[in-house]
Design a protein around this ligand. Structure first.
Ligand SMILES: Cc1ncc(COP(=O)(O)O)c(C=O)c1O
Length: 370
């Protein structure tokens, strides 16, 4: 996207990622990115990646079977309570695989105008008419559906479940209401930031919204909450077969390296066996959201660990002053990412591994600086 402001982050990581980590030679409290459980830096995950790399090498060099991928599949099926979980090299390609797999099941695409690049890049491969609707706006979706659908045509609605720079939740239940008059209407979400985090057992935004099943699908990633790499699409056997037949990435691209598959399987095991990590994330999200609201910011009450603030504040100055106190947060420039606002915002990502004391320090330093 050449006409967009640069998103280069001016920091160099010198330790595994964590709530407390080494950046540019200093130990800092880290509130950026997407590693909601800090599993990218978890010692057991790193050990699993090293062991699988020693056993299986860097990859199969073709589409051969390896036990490490079968083990991951099993964990993924358990996590998503799905018959199958289609797995591929990257989260970025998972919306494409999902939409290509379903492409005989819809006629017209309706896409939230701020949907992530992953789905924006995928949609032209479908060869179907595409109509954007206003960001997170069910009324706009209703208008576009009424304006563009001819009798008998089946729509697919495409959106992020959780938007990556704002942390906004898509109003999925409202979309479903608006879609009700259209028989066969499908909802496909990029849930890269929802899986692992949202919903009673961490299956993501559809579970959170009570919308699992019945024409609602998600594509996700293992590179954020799950601390590794790879794209996933939970599916029944019929959908998995369609994806395998129609999405060429499943046939024409290598899988993620064995070390990454083992890392993801280990992350899933850790999260399954330590439910306190998910509860700690939930309470940290509440802690930071409540605290920012007390500081006067307009912050929604949601379980999303990405919080953005804006307003009449010198956000760049605030980001820099926080950094001087070894607290790292991210400034998203106006229109600097797929879903970024028209004004700059400060993005704070909270992890399960931040201690209450760390969050209190962030809030206290902010209160002092504002
Ligand atoms: C909403 C969304 N979808 C897809 C991706 C791509 O995921 P991955 O980096 O795992 O390929 C990202 C990554 O930032 C994202 O934020």
């Amino acid at each position: 996207m050449s006409n967009q402001p640069s998103m280069v982050t001016p920091i160099t990581m010198e330790s595994p990622l964590g709530a407390r980590m080494l950046i540019d030679g200093r130990e800092v409290d880290y509130y950026c990115g997407t590693s909601y459980f800090c599993l990218h830096g978890h010692p057991e995950v790193i050990d699993a990646a090293c062991a699988a790399t020693r056993t299986f090498g860097m990859g199969p060099g073709t589409l051969a079977r390896m036990q490490v991928y079968a083990d991951l599949q099993q964990r993924l099926r358990q996590w998503f309570a799905a018959d199958e979980v289609v797995y591929m090299i990257s989260g970025y390609s998972s919306p494409m695989a999902l939409l290509q797999g379903l492409q005989d099941d819809f006629d017209v695409v309706f896409i939230d105008a701020a949907t992530h690049y992953s789905a924006l890049d995928a949609v032209p491969t479908l060869g179907k008419p595409v109509h954007p609707f206003r960001h997170a706006d069910p009324d706009s979706l209703a208008e576009e559906l009424a304006r563009h659908l001819r009798p008998g045509q089946r729509p697919v609605i495409v959106t992020d479940g959780v938007f990556p720079s704002s942390g906004r939740l898509a109003p999925l239940a409202d979309y479903r209401e608006v879609m009700a008059p259209y028989e066969g209407a499908l909802l496909c979400i990029d849930d890269s930031h929802g899986v692992g985090v949202l919903g009673e057992s961490g299956r993501g935004s559809l579970q959170h919204a009570g919308l699992e099943g019945a024409g609602n699908y998600l594509a996700g990633t293992l590179s954020k909450a799950f601390g590794a790499l790879g794209g996933v699409v939970p599916a029944d056997a019929a959908l998995a077969e369609k994806i395998a037949r129609k999405a060429m990435i499943l046939r024409g691209a290598s899988p993620a390296p064995p070390g990454l598959a083992a890392a993801a399987a280990t992350s899933l095991r850790i999260l399954q066996s330590r439910p306190e990590m998910r509860s700690s994330l939930r309470s940290n999200v509440k802690h930071i959201r409540d605290g920012l609201r007390k500081l006067g910011f307009d912050v929604a009450d949601t379980p999303v660990p990405i919080v953005t603030i804006a307003g009449e504040v010198d956000l760049e100055g605030l980001r820099d002053r926080l950094a001087e106190r070894d607290i790292i947060v991210k400034l998203t420039p106006a229109r600097g990412y797929s879903d970024a606002a028209d004004v700059a915002t400060l993005r704070i990502a909270v992890f399960s591994e931040h201690s209450p004391a760390q969050i209190n320090r962030l809030l206290a330093v902010m209160a002092e600086l504002l």
